[in-house]
Ligand binder design. Structure first.
Ligand SMILES: *Cc1c(COP(=O)(O)O)cnc(C)c1O
Length: 375
């Protein structure tokens, strides 16, 4: 039996005709850069997210970098982000001469918490980058209130949670990525809304910010060959936009399939005492970019090895806290340590999850996990 972490082929087979037509159109028009599909996808995505501006760019890391460039911060300014995230979140902060302040996360939802924001706030703090890890929203109401009180920008790293809904205590619902000042996302192929190469986007409801972001992503120019600021060259290819236009129409269905697969794992694994199934944040829907278990009693690595022997792929997102990465040594004291992040790096394991639910494959994965735990 072939088990894949993500079944992109199975998904493609179902939308092949539509996708091929879209790509063929790009080839026929030879409009590879800024062709019509880019604007069309942008508008469809704005409507889907209910946000005023989507600015497509080349990848999710660029989106984060451009977002932070748009804040006009000064060297040495501090930006708070979680220590338990993909490297890109903190990398761009450092690259821009700013100081990433890596903080701990909640052990159930994997998101930044208020108590850590309070602990690490200084007079140099200028922004917070919450990450909606694995597919559900950080506690945005709390983060926004804190940011407002201390006059901070909020940049959402929404690379893993596109399509997720966050409900405020007054009942208002917003899509993740449209809640802070700027949202960033990635269309890397294995992301929930993935293209067939690299891609990314920024989201904002602020008209001035949108203009600035567009300018930065386009060599700092508003008018061709007149450059107001130093920018970069970050575009979404037309062919990728054509793929995304098709896949966006299926995104909610894809999220539902991922939830179905997650529930199936939940039902079958919840009874194993050394496994903690994913907790649900109470005010967010989950789009299960990853289905991530916590494995107790130090058995995570053994479980992963056992599964590998059975040809069942699994992944550890992430094995090393960012502050322990060589690249980030300059930002922390030698023995800096965050307890929850440390623990999660030892306990988490992500199982195959994607849009193509297959009962037989799921049962096989579950039965091997049960075998490992002698259940
Ligand atoms: C994938 C990812 C990114 C970066 O996206 P790329 O398109 O690969 O540059 C950033 N942050 C998080 C949390 C991600 O998962």
């Amino acid at each position: 039996m072939k088990v894949q972490m993500v079944d992109l082929k199975g998904q493609y087979e179902k939308i092949k005709e539509e996708v091929n037509i879209g790509i063929q159109e790009c080839l026929d028009n030879t409009a590879f850069i800024n062709g019509p599909a880019v604007k069309e996808f942008q508008q469809d995505f704005e409507k889907y997210l209910n946000v005023k501006h989507v600015i497509p760019c080349a990848n999710g890391t660029d989106a984060l970098q451009i977002a932070i460039m748009a804040l006009d911060l000064k060297p040495g300014d501090e930006v708070i982000c979680p220590a338990f995230t993909y490297v890109a979140t903190a990398e761009v902060i450092g690259l821009l001469g700013l100081k990433p302040i890596m903080v701990d996360v909640n052990e159930d939802t994997f998101d930044i918490e208020l108590k850590d924001l309070e602990k690490y706030l200084t007079s140099n703090t200028k922004a917070i980058v919450p990450v909606h890890l694995y597919g559900q929203s950080a506690n945005m109401e709390e983060i926004l209130a804190f940011a407002e009180k201390h006059n901070l920008f909020v940049i959402e790293d929404n690379a893993q949670a596109i399509g997720s809904d966050y409900t405020f205590s007054d009942g208002k619902v917003k899509k993740t990525g449209t809640i802070g000042h700027i949202g960033c996302t990635s269309f890397f192929p294995s992301k929930n809304l993935g293209c067939y190469g690299d891609g990314g986007a920024l989201m904002t409801n602020d008209d001035d910010m949108a203009l600035k972001i567009r300018m930065i992503a386009n060599h700092g120019q508003e008018k061709k060959y007149y450059h107001k600021v130093l920018g970069c060259n970050s575009r979404l290819d037309t062919i990728q936009a054509a793929v995304l236009k098709v896949k966006l129409k299926h995104l909610d269905k894809y999220s539902a399939s991922r939830n179905k697969m997650a529930r199936y794992y939940d039902e079958n694994l919840a009874g194993i005492s050394e496994i903690e199934i994913p907790a649900r944040a109470h005010n967010s829907t989950h789009v299960f970019h990853q289905y991530t278990l916590k494995i107790k009693n130090g058995k995570r690595d053994q479980l992963q090895q056992y599964l590998a022997e059975k040809n069942i792929p699994s992944m550890v997102y992430y094995p090393l806290p960012l502050y322990k990465q060589e690249a980030f040594a300059q930002y922390v004291e030698e023995n800096f340590s965050l307890p929850v992040t440390e623990q999660l790096c030892k306990e988490v394991i992500s199982l195959p999850i994607h849009t193509e639910f297959n009962q037989e494959v799921s049962d096989f994965i579950i039965s091997e996990i049960k075998n490992f735990f002698n259940q």
